[in-house]
Design a protein around this ligand. Structure first.
Ligand SMILES: NC(=O)c1ccc[n+]([C@@H]2O[C@H](COP(=O)([O-])OP(=O)(O)OC[C@H]3O[C@@H](n4cnc5c(N)ncnc54)[C@H](O)[C@@H]3O)[C@@H](O)[C@H]2O)c1
Length: 262
């Protein structure tokens, strides 16, 4: 099993869903983890269930000053920081003809700005001379939506394509400036979390599929592995990318989608 003993991780959006699974998998591999989320009650429960040495910080990823506090608290609590998982995200389903500017802005802010701010503060902490100062790894959670054209997730998919490009520029800046931080992203396929199940219902409600089950069937039909994704699929990919086994993997996007986005 991959060994992350001694590693110190901050996972955003870890109060539920994929982020919670990632936090649990990182902790199982030996890392100490700070759960960061808007949802305090749920986030605290996840952190407590991980055991001693783990913690929770309240964070809205769109808040620059909030990020500074969260990274500082996490670094203090863990005695360093060398893994950042930029997982927090939102998806607001809409046809482009019905686009609501506020909903579009919100997705851009959480998914794209939130990820960029995370990289900013993680780089500052992890680079030589930073509060943690030992380099490390960043993993951004993009989406299969960045690699395919699925109806009613136009703005969401655009934010995830942005996360993909941001990842590559971040890796290049870190390399050029000697920060010692690898940055990669993953493209998860559809996973029936609150977000994934909500999307299936939304596209049925919009009349694009006969029912949520039919929408799920269409996704599975486009997936060579013949099933939906599971939280554990995404968590394993993140543990691998964070580990030394992936030490020469940098600036890439890894599809974790059963082949849907090929
Ligand atoms: N579930 C899927 O099918 C799927 C597929 C591809 C990509 N993704 C991506 O995976 C990530 C996790 O998705 P999920 O399915 O677990 O979603 P989810 O809705 O179940 O959980 C998202 C978590 O992010 C938190 N969050 C939302 N806005 C935040 C903010 N501004 N600041 C801090 N935390 C915030 C929420 O409180 C929640 O705990 C997202 O980036 C999503 O876009 C999900």
């Amino acid at each position: 099993m991959t060994d992350l003993n001694g590693r110190k991780a901050l996972v955003t959006g870890a109060a539920q869903g994929l982020g919670e699974g990632m936090a649990r998998a990182l902790a199982s591999a030996g890392a100490k983890v700070v759960v960061a989320d808007l949802q305090q009650d749920l986030g605290l429960k996840v952190a407590e269930s991980l055991g001693d040495g783990h913690g929770f910080v309240s964070l809205d990823v769109t808040d620059d000053a909030g990020w500074q506090d969260a990274v500082s608290q996490a670094t203090g609590l863990l005695g360093g920081l060398d893994i950042l998982i930029n997982n927090a995200g939102i998806e607001i389903t809409s046809l482009l003809v019905d686009l609501d500017a506020g909903a579009a802005r919100k997705q851009l802010e959480v998914n794209l700005l939130g990820t960029a701010l995370g990289i900013k503060h993680a780089f500052r902490a992890m680079r030589p001379g930073g509060a943690a100062g030992n380099g490390g790894g960043g993993i951004n959670v993009a989406s299969v939506g960045a690699t395919i054209a699925f109806p009613a997730i136009g703005v969401y998919s655009a934010t995830k394509s942005g996360v993909d490009r941001l990842t590559r520029v971040a890796a290049m800046e870190s390399g050029r400036l000697g920060y010692g931080v690898r940055v990669n992203c993953i493209y998860p396929g559809l996973v029936p979390t609150a977000m994934g199940a909500g999307l299936a219902s939304d596209v049925a409600r919009l009349g694009l599929f006969g029912s949520a089950e039919e929408a799920v069937g269409a996704v599975v039909g486009l997936t060579p592995s013949g099933r939906l994704g599971e939280v554990a699929d995404m968590a394993s990919a993140v543990v691998f990318l964070a580990s030394d086994e992936a030490s020469f993997i940098n600036g890439v996007g890894l599809p974790v989608d059963g082949g849907m986005g090929m």
